[in-house]
Design a protein around this ligand. Sequence first.
Ligand SMILES: C[S@@+](CC[C@H](N)C(=O)[O-])C[C@H]1O[C@@H](n2cnc3c(N)ncnc32)[C@H](O)[C@@H]1O
Length: 220
Amino acid sequence: MDQRTPFDEDFYPDILRGLSVYFDSPFVRNIARTVQRFRRQDLSIALNRKQIACKTWLLDELHRTYGGDYRSVWVLGGWYGVLSALFAEDQRYRIDGIVSYDIDSACEEVAECLNREGAMSGSFKARTADMLKLDYASGTPDLIINTSCEHLEDVSAWLDLIPHGTRLVLQSNNYFGEPDHFNCASSLEEFKAQAPISNIDYEGELALKNYTRFMLIGTR
Ligand SMILES: C[S@@+](CC[C@H](N)C(=O)[O-])C[C@H]1O[C@@H](n2cnc3c(N)ncnc32)[C@H](O)[C@@H]1O
């Protein structure tokens, strides 16, 4: 038998494929396929336990707040599409269409690989776009999610582009050490001041090892 080590290309993908069979999970199978195809270091960050904890927190609180049925959801700053893949895996949610927008063009094909079934059926799309330049007035989705508020210099200026009445899920954090974090918040109160929305239906914080994440669910 071959002597494999964790440095071999197939070592972790093989384990992930085994787990996908055991859990009968397209999500785990797509992770195995994606990490083998795209050897990007930050893919391991996008899938680390803190990133997944922030997103399962979002799924739980969004379901508690507004339920699981949506016609159209936009995920802004959607990175490699992890949140969209978790929506697809979660039996509580029925979403007709998700579009994941990111300004970084390298995200598109990674996100479509991670959301393979949705990309093939047309219920998931990854698009390269600056969220500050999207046309929010036409074809507004019934939910906009932005878990990358810390990456925007002015969250309030971005919110001004969004029609009143749109449902929103917003996350930020107090992880000031990251160079790409232009606009962290040191507390939930500070995040609320940065992101003025007319109605808040959920607000909370999640303490993680190196930082705390803040979340608001409400209406623009
Ligand atoms: C590194 S991710 C992580 C954010 C957060 N921790 C999460 O998991 O949602 C932030 C993403 O926002 C994207 N981004 C930053 N500014 C953006 C903009 N103006 N429009 C669209 N995407 C943007 C970056 O390219 C990056 O992929």
